[in-house]
Design a protein around this ligand. Sequence first.
Ligand SMILES: Cc1cc2nc3c(=O)[nH]c(=O)nc-3n(C[C@H](O)[C@H](O)[C@H](O)COP(=O)(O)O)c2cc1C
Length: 334
Amino acid sequence: MRIGNYQISYPLFLAPMDDITDHPFRLICKEWGADVLISEFISAEAIVRYVPQSFRKMSFDKEERPIGIQIYGSSIDSMTKSAQIVQEHAPDFIDINAGCWVKKIVSKGEGAGLLKDLIKLEKIIVSIRNSVSIPVSIKTRLGWDSNNITIFNVVKIAQENGIDFITVHLRTREDGLKGKADWSWISKIKEECKIPLIVNGDIKTPEDAKECFRLGADGVMIGRGAIGNPLIFHRCKKYVEEGVTIPPPDLIERVKWCLKHFELHIQYYGEEKGIVLFRKFYNWYFCGYPYISKIRKLLISRRYANEVKEILYLIIESPEKIQEIPHESVETPQ
Ligand SMILES: Cc1cc2nc3c(=O)[nH]c(=O)nc-3n(C[C@H](O)[C@H](O)[C@H](O)COP(=O)(O)O)c2cc1C
């Protein structure tokens, strides 16, 4: 599959995830084999009003390439102007969000809300396509609900209007993140789809990725399966391309990435903010570990980066010592 200057076989995409796929997380996933990265979604309205936070979300380093910036909105004008502004930041592609299921987004006709107004979605696509020269993609769902499957219409609109590739989260808006993504749609969509088809939803193992390619996907996108587990990309790549099985990482390996991710986070956000924002990742990194609740309590009670790192080093060197740290030293976070 080609994206701008990049030719990638069996491409593995890191899914855009609000508050997760920021610059530090993207770097970690890239290091472990994600081929294509996408920013968290960014509001078109915020971009056109030059809200600083949206520009921070748009920034990336050259080692993150190929990278896309995802925008969402429901105004043709703001979506078009924001795409032009995004293009000035020179990502490899712009991704249009037509899949976010969250109520406060869809109630404004944004994200999956666009699936209720395909005429407007088409106008947005046409307008953006005519206003930028870099590749444009779209990320969508099967439809609003099981009675309103729109994916074939969206595929048609996308390919007739110059969209470069399409990502389908194999659930409906009504499903949110519930149930299991329905991969049985892959071959049916592929039959109608002349542009590269990226599939997404519940791809968590190398076997999952291989199955999605077998069913006809041109690329696979991994979201939650990569949180606390960036090696998933390398494992998928080896398995899909060479049939080589790499075992899942042990705790020590996971803690080493946690440490690296934490350091990148602190560099990017600064110590005070970085420590707080990083707390959401502990459950993912220590998932399945017997002392998780103790470790988590210890980590979230620390106010300085060095204290967090000391605990992580202790787990790497002698995990059983965690049990010896007295409860009294667990402070309540402010
Ligand atoms: C915390 C979180 C934030 C998300 N934010 C976005 C987003 O900003 N843009 C988007 O297109 N999808 C977003 N999604 C949806 C994911 O990109 C993906 O479609 C979904 O998680 C299913 O894939 P998975 O099973 O591999 O996680 C988000 C999902 C999660 C869990």
